[in-house]
Design a protein around this ligand. Structure first.
Ligand code: TMP
Length: 250
């Protein structure tokens, strides 16, 4: 029996066999608006496991440190145990979502340069937006760590924008989480969590069709189809596995 460490909205974390490792189990559950809206999207966990594996592996290829070690099976991956920094980093290329709501910016406007925002990871407070000052003064991360988080986020945005573009997908915005990895008394800032259509906005390049969790948030229907489309375009599932997911056979 694996020891459960934590159950979140979309994943369960178990203790890994090796020291300082964690098993991330990807559920089919989806939530939005801080848990007010809930549903199960058949196959979502499998797809996010594969999509996140691919992206984290590519980030590793270009030397962007992240917690991913290896995929274990259809729904689980082994990751490094990190000391999680309690902020969510959002990188935006195109105005939509809360940016449009909060500031009245025109929906779909291409930003003159990417914007980085920070939110406090705190469900009780509804993940409020915060500034760099708050992060430093309240010791959520040091100045040096924050510099590193910003530079990694910019590199990921540049890389993923091109990566998705090559699959005819626009990377509109996305959310990252970070943690501290300790080894031999040395600390490295690493990307944590997952990178998948759950925390990215992905629009079809030609039609602007939404291929991400906004289909669930906005009741647009065909949520599972959109996730499958992303997985298929990225080539993360073999034909055989893709068919199994289509039949909800996992
Ligand atoms: P927002 O426009 O609602 O602030 O979302 C910005 C990006 O962050 C979008 O790609 C969705 C992602 N996101 C999460 O991953 N988790 C969340 O809890 C929220 C609110 C947004």
């Amino acid at each position: 029996m694996k020891k459960k460490i934590y159950e979140g909205k979309a994943k369960v974390l178990y203790q890994g066999k090796e020291p300082n490792t964690i098993i991330q189990y990807f559920k089919d559950d989806a939530t939005a608006f801080n848990n007010k809206k809930k549903a199960t999207i058949p196959g979502k966990g499998v797809l996010n496991n594969f999509i996140s594996e691919l992206i984290m592996t590519r980030l590793n290829d270009i030397n962007i440190p992240n917690h991913f070690i290896k995929r274990l099976n259809m729904r689980e991956q082994l990751v490094h145990k990190l000391e999680i920094i309690p902020i969510e980093v959002v990188i935006r290329n195109i105005a939509t979502g809360s940016l449009v709501k909060r500031l009245g910016i025109e929906e779909g406007k291409i930003l003159s340069r990417p914007i980085i925002e920070f939110y406090l990871k705190n469900d009780e407070l509804n993940d409020p937006i915060i500034s760099e000052e708050h992060i430093i003064v309240f010791d959520w991360a040091s100045h040096e760590e924050l510099e590193s988080i910003i530079s990694i986020s910019q590199r990921i945005n540049d890389f993923l924008t091109g990566y998705f573009y090559s699959q005819k997908i626009r990377l509109v915005d996305f959310k990252l989480e970070f943690g501290r990895f300790w080894e031999n008394q040395e600390m490295t800032i690493m990307v944590a969590d997952e990178i998948s259509p759950d925390n990215c906005r992905l629009w079809d390049l030609q039609t602007n069709e939404k291929l991400d969790k906004d289909r669930f948030r906005q009741d647009l229907g065909n949520v599972d189809r959109a996730y499958k489309e992303v997985a298929y375009r990225l080539g993360v599932l073999s034909e055989k596995e893709f068919k199994k997911v289509l039949k909800n056979d996992i």
